[in-house]
Design a protein around this ligand. Structure first.
Ligand code: C2E
Ligand code: CA
Ligand code: CA
Ligand code: CA
Length: 270
């Protein structure tokens, strides 16, 4: 037992070292990803519950890594947050999404462009400067830009969150709470936060139709949002049946594979 425990520990150390070496290597690569133009955005449509026309898009970042190929944001956004690179990555995403949003506006399309803001990015005062530069450089109307902030980053430090949200609202941009329902937020905080949109997390959408408790939760979230003057977007809508339940519950907008996967700006049918 002792011997195998020792081997187990050595194996553990070796895999840990391999894992941290891999992390370090990826972090070093990420340092150059922006300047080498390896990051790119895909856009996923947000459609109206009534009529299903496209009202907006969410920008989702991807990394074309020179050796590892296409990496999803879950692989490198946490790394960017921990290493201090999120400022640069986040500024690139905001600049690029705003530039694309302005192109659509110039084509006469009325689309809101949503951009994800990480927990660390949201805690940094320079976010305000980054947003204002992206708006200024692109000429995108502030009301066309939506910043998505996860419920858990809002709840980290509610006092600072209120301050940051007010400053963002003063710039005229809209704010959405992302992954709503997963962050154990006290509902009493919600009324203090100047929020425009609640995005219902896909974990509640997945079993709609099957699990009646999820239907109850989704109804409650939509009713709460309505009474606070916020609109609702359901994420992860993969079937017509889910959309039907959500529509009946009064959800305003849908996003999910049932309508469209995220794709390149040029591939969107708008
Ligand atoms: P999120 O903000 O919750 O984004 C939604 C994720 O769900 C996306 O994954 C999207 O591709 C996926 N999705 C969309 N429709 C469906 C569906 O019908 N079913 C299922 N199962 N999934 C669906 P993705 O693109 O891999 O992004 C993962 C997360 O990475 C995002 O979650 C967001 O938290 C983060 N992220 C993405 N882009 C950025 C960015 O530019 N900045 C920051 N800070 N975070 C980002
Ligand atoms: Ca999001
Ligand atoms: Ca989400
Ligand atoms: Ca998420």
């Amino acid at each position: 037992v002792k011997r195998s425990g020792g081997n187990g520990l050595r194996f553990f150390e070796r895999t840990m070292n391999a894992a941290s070496a891999e992390r370090l290597a990826l972090e070093a690569d990420l340092r150059h990803a922006v300047e080498r133009s390896e990051l790119f955005l895909e856009y996923q449509p947000v459609v109206a519950a009534a009529g299903a026309d496209i009202r907006g898009v969410e920008a989702l970042v991807r990394w074309r890594h020179p050796h590892l190929g296409r990496l999803s944001p879950d692989r490198f956004i946490p790394l960017a947050d921990e290493s201090g690179l999120i400022g640069e990555v986040g500024a690139w995403v905001l600049g690029e999404a705003a530039r694309q949003g302005r192109l659509w506006a110039d084509q006469g399309l009325d689309l809101r462009v949503s951009v994800n803001v990480s927990a660390v990015q949201f805690s940094q005062p320079r976010l305000l400067e980054t947003v204002s530069r992206a708006l200024h450089d692109s000429g995108l109307a502030p009301a066309q830009l939506v910043l998505e902030i996860t419920e858990s980053s809002l709840m980290n430090d509610v006092e600072s969150a209120v301050g940051m949200l007010r400053a963002l609202k003063n710039m005229g941009v809209r704010v959405a709470v992302d992954d709503f329902g997963t962050g154990y937020s006290s509902l009493s905080y919600l009324k203090r936060l100047p929020i425009d949109i609640i995005k219902i997390d896909k974990s509640f959408v997945r079993d709609l139709g099957g699990d009646s408790r999820d239907v109850a939760i989704v109804r409650a979230i939509i009713a709460l949002a309505g009474s606070l003057g916020m609109s609702t977007v359901a994420e992860g809508v993969e079937s017509a049946a889910q959309a039907d339940v959500l529509r009946a519950a009064g959800c305003d907008f849908f996003q999910g594979f049932h309508f469209s996967r995220p794709c390149a700006a040029e591939a969107l049918v708008l």
